[in-house]
Design a protein around this ligand. Structure first.
Ligand code: SF4
Length: 472
């Protein structure tokens, strides 16, 4: 089996709701469908029915993890859910979320998106104090820190936990009929507050509110803890916001185009990126086509500015999973051919501007360029709606190691040659920041410029198996 694709991998999606009546699980289930793009390895839902906390977790997609019978076994008015792509800990059911733990304030169920850079040290400390761990994910460290706290209240236990953990985290949790949401002081990964009638809802992306018929209200602020209970919704600013650092790749690639992040629609931001890309790197060409789906918005923007027509030139097979068996290992282009097919009538004899959001290893870009040439393209001008990725991410995105990033090894001209494009142009840092319409100091650009918003992590501290290596 080989993995398909040459993309950064999303990390996780979280969802939580406190309804006025029962039936939280149905909303969580729908919300997770909207967040499926953020993680396809496992899915889980926990609910509280007024007396007992219920949990269902399984490997795989939301659609296959929850049968009607399983959903019927999740009664209650409060619920949280999670979809996972692992960035710390193996792909096993024991690492699937939500995590549950008995606490002085009832059973705590917790779901996390992000990556802690000090999880190994905290886990060592907890183990030395006699606490046992069942899994190898940093989420269990958060759960244990709260559950073993000597604080008088749950809110104070969470606040103490937030002061100890470092890195990227957006968390939804419930304890009894209380629904809670909190976010790291830099606000690296997204988390939004929504409402459905009088019900409080939290989700990684606002598209999940649309899915359930709810509305986006605002972002959960960096360092903020929000608590929804019988008394209503209240906010506690636990951590001072020294520096906000929203992940730019949420805008470039991860988030769904119909999501609102920090009050901006993601599709519109991507379209601006495409316009600025056309301004910075024009091309003498006949037609603009996108690598579906991630390049679509930027391709429209490129077309806006350049005046070139934007057409559908590549069709994506939506039913190919992340892995497949390759019958002929010598067929280097098979991976792309299974996933994408060119429309020859659009491509043959024309000069193509090919828009994609990023190049990670460069293998897929090379295969797509070859595919277009085989379909008769006269020229292929590759345009990328982000700057080159030079550094690893330690905040919940699987960028692999720095050595695998083609831009950390090759110049832009060398990359152009390696992917066999006629020309290659990346959006500049200035263009990216202009398209985002946010102050640069409020963005995380670490994988592009090496300036990490937290203490500088190391691969040992933050690796995907950082909590497993210690077990041997
Ligand atoms: S390093 Fe890159 S991918 Fe990671 S949080 Fe920062 S901007 Fe996002």
């Amino acid at each position: 089996m080989m993995p398909f694709g040459d993309k950064l991998r999303e990390e996780c999606g979280v969802f939580g709701i406190r309804t006025a009546g029962a039936g939280a699980a149905a909303y969580v289930h729908l919300g997770l469908y909207a967040l499926q793009h953020r993680g396809q390895e496992s899915a889980g839902i926990a609910t509280f029915d007024g007396a007992k906390t219920h949990l269902v977790r399984d490997m795989g997609l939301v659609g296959t993890s929850f049968t009607p019978e399983r959903l019927a076994g999740l009664p209650g008015a409060v619920g949280i859910g999670h979809v996972r792509y692992s960035t710390m800990g193996s792909v096993t059911l024991e690492n699937a979320q939500p995590f549950m733990e008995q606490t002085p304030w009832g059973v705590l169920a917790l779901a996390h998106n992000g990556n802690l850079i000090n999880a190994p040290a905290l886990r060592r400390e907890l183990e030395a104090a006699g606490h046992c761990f069942r899994a190898t994910s940093d989420t269990e460290v958060i759960t244990k820190l709260i559950a073993t706290s000597r604080a008088e209240t749950l809110e104070e236990a969470i606040a103490r936990c937030m002061r100890r953990i470092s890195g990227a985290y957006t968390v939804v949790a419930m304890a009894g009929d209380r629904l809670l949401a909190f976010r790291d002081a830099n606000g690296i990964r997204p988390l939004a507050l929504g409402q459905l009638g009088r019900a409080a809802v939290f989700a990684s992306e606002s598209c999940a509110f649309d899915q359930i018929g709810g509305e986006y209200v605002r972002e959960v602020g960096p360092g903020e803890l929000l608590v929804a209970d019988a008394a209503g919704l209240r906010s506690i600013q636990v951590l001072p916001v020294v520096r906000r650092a929203a992940c730019v790749f949420e805008y470039i690639y991860f988030a769904r185009p119909d999501t609102t992040l920090a009050d901006q629609n993601v599709h519109q931001v991507r379209r601006r990126m495409g316009r600025l890309l056309a301004r910075e790197h024009p091309a003498a060409a006949d037609v603009v086509i996108a690598v579906p789906d991630s390049g679509t918005s930027a391709a429209l923007g490129y077309s806006d500015h350049s005046g070139l027509p934007c057409e559908i030139g590549l069709i994506k097979n939506r039913y190919v999973g992340r892995t497949f068996i390759q019958p002929d290992p010598s067929s280097r282009d098979l991976g792309v051919r299974i996933k994408l097919n060119p429309i020859r009538d659009v491509i043959a004899g024309r000069r193509i501007v090919l828009i994609d959001d990023s190049i990670v290893r460069g293998t897929t870009s090379h295969q797509i360029v070859r595919m277009l040439r085989h379909a008769g393209a006269r020229e292929v001008h590759v345009r990328i709606s982000s700057p080159p990725i030079l550094n690893a991410c330690y905040y919940g995105i699987d960028t692999s190691s720095r050595g695998e990033l083609v831009a950390s090894r090759l110049t832009v001209e060398e990359i152009r040659r390696s992917i066999e494009a006629d020309t290659l142009g990346y959006l500049s840092h200035g263009g990216l920041v202009e398209a985002l319409a946010m102050p640069e100091h409020e963005l995380c650009l670490a994988c592009l410029n090496g300036r990490y918003p937290t203490e500088t992590p190391t691969e040992v501290m933050a690796g995907r198996r950082a909590l497993e290596a210690r077990r041997v």
